[in-house]
Design a protein around this ligand. Structure first.
Ligand SMILES: *Cc1c(COP(=O)(O)O)cnc(C)c1O
Length: 401
């Protein structure tokens, strides 16, 4: 399998092939499935080899905070899927974001970020990094020109998430990459919602692709993990920071994600397909005021999403008439769809953003960003369309039309 270790060779294979084969390295036992190496450290043959490994004169594993064969297999496989030269995995999606930003930025640097990003990312950029002298301007608009206008002399990075949570706004990766590069800055894209199965930001010009592997990469709601994919130079900077600061992914979690990647494309296609049909069905229900899904022709960035993504993803939001009471009625009558804020699972989940994920935002700011009291978000899993419709209809049908 050493062919798959060579990035040049990996390029020749299709996505579905890379998803099950890339990065695999076999031990002396010649196991067929990828092995799980649960060991904190590695033994050297001699004092001279120990010295060579420590000095970097010889490559090889030393200690699992630095590298581990199972983790390396995952990093190589994910790099192949994102079309990246390098992938560094981390303990969670948030640690991937923190590690990347602290490795590449310093006090005095400025970030331009989209307002509609994951809540913890917003907290990190807005409240934690300023303590270290790294400040962020948040852009409320989806328009690339709004990002251009927010650039300062010290702006080093643009950070976006596309599609974004919970209204599925889509941002133009190629246009933002050009704006960043013309300014000498980097573009980082949180690719959590699409995964490389549906969208490959590096091919569109992004410099960094960040993942919460907790979501679709594992895909079955079992573990936490994160990753950042980039070119070799950025990857080396991030790795140097990670191996010292230690937000490393465990070998066990790496092994779970590695096996999760094998079904990634099948899951993303099937879940996106059901999401599109569910979005179309919801749009036709009299109790539903509006559906937010990039696959619907009335979505403001439908054309951009069609160009930038190969499918529209498995997450959709919809606004019910009757505000919070009507929305909670739908949630409370779900017997199948799980009431949980997580997403990216084969089991469908439902969330009321205004009272959970976006509950800390002021009601005024929430209203301004379109997160109404009647808004519900569904992350569509692998259940049948018919069963999902029946589950939602139970609560919906109790509302007066
Ligand atoms: C969940 C999530 C994160 C954070 O990932 P964790 O693994 O929970 O740390 C970041 N970005 C997006 C878009 C997410 O959905």
């Amino acid at each position: 399998m050493t062919d798959f270790h060579d990035p040049g060779a990996a390029m020749a294979f299709d996505f579905s092939t890379l998803a099950v084969r890339a990065g695999q390295q076999r031990s002396q036992f010649n196991e067929h499935a990828e092995a799980l190496y649960l060991t904190s450290s590695f033994v050297f043959d001699s004092a001279a080899q120990a010295a060579a490994r420590f000095s970097g004169a010889e490559t090889g594993n030393v200690y699992s905070r630095f590298s581990n064969p199972t983790v390396s297999m995952l990093q190589d496989r994910l790099a192949a899927l994102e079309g990246a030269e390098a992938c560094i995995t981390t303990a969670s999606g948030m640690s991937a974001i923190l590690t990347t930003l602290l490795a590449l930025l310093q006090s005095g640097d400025h970030i331009v970020a989209s307002q509609s990003i994951f809540g913890s990312t917003q907290q990190l950029l807005g409240n934690i990094l300023p303590k270290l002298g790294i400040t962020t301007h948040f852009v409320a608009d989806t328009d690339a020109a709004a990002f251009q206008a927010a650039l300062q002399a010290n702006t080093k990075l643009i950070f976006i998430e596309t599609p974004s949570n919970p209204l599925m706004s889509v941002f133009d990766i190629a246009a933002l990459a050009k704006i960043a590069h013309d300014h000498g800055a980097l573009l980082a894209v949180d690719n959590c919602f699409c995964t490389p199965a549906l969208q490959q930001p590096l091919a569109l010009g992004a410099d960094l692709v960040i993942h919460s592997a907790t979501k679709y990469l594992d895909g079955q709601g079992r573990i936490l993990g994160g990753a950042v994919c980039s070119n070799k130079t950025l990857g080396e900077e991030i790795f140097k920071f990670l191996r010292t600061t230690g937000a490393t992914l465990s070998a066990f979690n790496a092994w779970i994600i590695l096996k999760g990647l094998e079904t990634l494309e099948l899951r993303m296609r099937a879940q996106s397909d059901t999401a599109l049909k569910l979005a179309q069905w919801l749009a036709a229900q009299p109790q539903v005021a509006r559906v937010y899904y990039p696959g619907l022709a009335d979505h403001p960035q439908h054309t951009l999403a069609s160009r930038q993504q190969s499918a529209y993803g498995a997450i959709l939001s919809f606004d019910v008439h009757g505000g919070r009471a009507a929305a909670w009625q739908v949630v409370d009558h779900c017997r199948l769809i799980s009431i949980t804020a997580n997403l990216g699972d084969t089991k469908s989940t439902i969330t009321h953003p205004a009272s959970t994920t976006h509950g800390r935002i002021s009601p005024e700011a929430r209203a301004a960003s379109g997160i109404t009291e009647g808004l519900l978000r569904i992350a569509v899993g692998l259940e049948s369309l018919r069963d999902l419709q029946a589950d939602l209809l139970r609560g919906l049908s109790l509302s007066a039309v």
